[in-house]
Design a protein around this ligand. Structure first.
Ligand SMILES: Nc1nc2c(c(=O)[nH]1)N[C@H]1C(S)=C(S)[C@@H](COP(=O)(O)O)O[C@H]1N2
Ligand SMILES: [Mo]
Length: 390
């Protein structure tokens, strides 16, 4: 019998499969209609500060160019990809998904078998937790409509045993890892607690924007974990393993670790945490001009967006107008601000998102950001530079 009861309760608690439809269709806020990035015939002003060249093109591809952001769904050539152990090309006919480990009924599924399970879709903005961490990677974010089948019902069918603590997701890609001078060959893998893994949003995904999943995004199958940083969204997925001991591999416990200085009862301590859920974030995307009118356009994501504010130079924070066309629980929200009386010269543009609970995206000098010394989970406010010509 095992933990089936628990996962079913977890499903019921949040409304089960019906939620995904809700996530897709829900309009969180309706105001006066306002479309961002919809105009044609505008001139885009390039940012003066540009990211450095990508030093690892074999691992990181197709970075988003922010000035080109003109569609809510990211075009394939602008959708970044990351692969730590190279980009495997899998043949779906030689591929199966295993659901194994601490389950009552281990399962092996072909793609055809997987596709007999109910299809669902979710719009989700995927961001690498390293985005804006280094000087070169500002384009590691994109929005797509992902389709597949919900993970939780398959885990429920497999039957999670009582002593299970987490679910591991293994990709087909392998690399060498060295721990204490011992070198092993290991698959890319990430894990989630039983509760997190059985979220009704998690999806075994085989389609991206209505097409079969492209190979660099994980063909034939990947995990889509809406609300989590990129690293949790395991590509080239081939094994789901229910475990009683925590997998402390490179991607959980060694490499993707956020080191943050904290003050606890007057004492300085360091927290070490594995990269987790997406954080509240926004970025100015571009400044556009039509005739003499300037407009600042951008995006906000990571948490349900309540409002976005923009600061020009050292001026007051001004409320941006949120796009009313595309409002989805897990996707970025576009915004814009008409820049009145833009003076010739160089300016800085900073944006900050405020979530529906009133939390503000931290400033660069906020202890949360300033006290963080690894580049992961860099959700501090972003300032860009632009020149208005005379
Ligand atoms: N199997 C596998 N899955 C993976 C990775 C990987 O190297 N191997 N990289 C992760 C990281 S760090 C990110 S940011 C996302 C990127 O997803 P994308 O390439 O589809 O944009 O994939 C994640 N899933
Ligand atoms: Mo990533």
């Amino acid at each position: 019998m095992g933990r089936q009861g628990i996962s079913r309760r977890a499903l019921l608690k949040t409304g089960g499969a019906a939620l995904t439809g809700w996530a897709l269709l829900s309009t969180l806020q309706v105001g006066a209609p306002h479309r961002v990035l919809a105009q044609t015939g505008v001139e885009v002003l390039p940012w003066l500060d540009q990211p450095a060249e990508n030093p690892v093109p074999e691992r990181v591809r197709n970075l988003l160019e922010w000035e080109k952001l003109d569609s809510w769904q990211t075009p394939p050539e602008q959708f970044f990809s990351v692969a730590h152990y190279g980009y495997p090309e899998l043949d779906v006919n030689n591929w199966q998904l295993e659901i194994a480990g601490l389950v009552d009924n281990p399962m092996t599924l072909t793609m055809a078998e997987l596709q007999t399970w109910p299809r669902q879709e979710v719009d989700f903005t995927l961001e690498c937790s390293g985005n804006h961490g280094f000087g070169w990677n500002w384009g590691l974010v994109g929005n797509a409509r992902w389709a597949g089948t919900a993970l939780a019902p398959l885990l429920q069918e497999a039957g999670i045993k009582d002593d299970a603590v987490e679910v591991a997701f293994y990709g087909a890609d392998v690399g060498e890892e060295t721990v204490r001078e011992q070198t092993i060959t290991q698959h890319f893998a990430r894990t989630m607690s039983i509760d997190d893994a059985t979220s009704p949003y998690n999806m075994l995904c085989y389609e991206m924007n209505g097409e079969s999943l492209p190979s660099r995004h994980g063909y034939p199958l990947r995990l889509i974990a809406p609300g989590w940083y990129g690293i949790a969204n395991v590509k080239w997925l081939q094994r789901v393993e229910v475990r009683s001991r925590r997998l402390m591999n490179r991607f959980m416990a060694r490499d993707y670790v956020t080191l943050r200085k904290q003050e606890v009862e007057g004492e300085e301590t360091w927290s070490e945490s594995s990269v987790g859920r997406s954080l509240l974030k926004s970025a100015p995307a571009r400044v556009v001009r039509s005739d003499d009118a300037y407009r600042i356009e951008g995006a906000a994501w990571g948490r349900p967006i309540g409002r976005v504010e923009v600061q020009i130079d050292d001026g007051p924070w001004q409320a941006a107008v949120l796009d009313t066309d595309n409002v989805r629980r897990f996707s970025w929200r576009f915004w814009s601000l008409d820049w009145l009386d833009a003076e010739p010269g160089e300016h800085t543009i900073t944006s900050r998102a405020i979530d529906t609970e009133g939390n503000i995206q931290p400033a660069k000098n906020d202890p949360l950001i300033a006290g963080k010394i690894t580049y992961w989970e860099s959700n501090g406010q972003i300032t860009r530079q632009v020149r208005i010509s005379a």
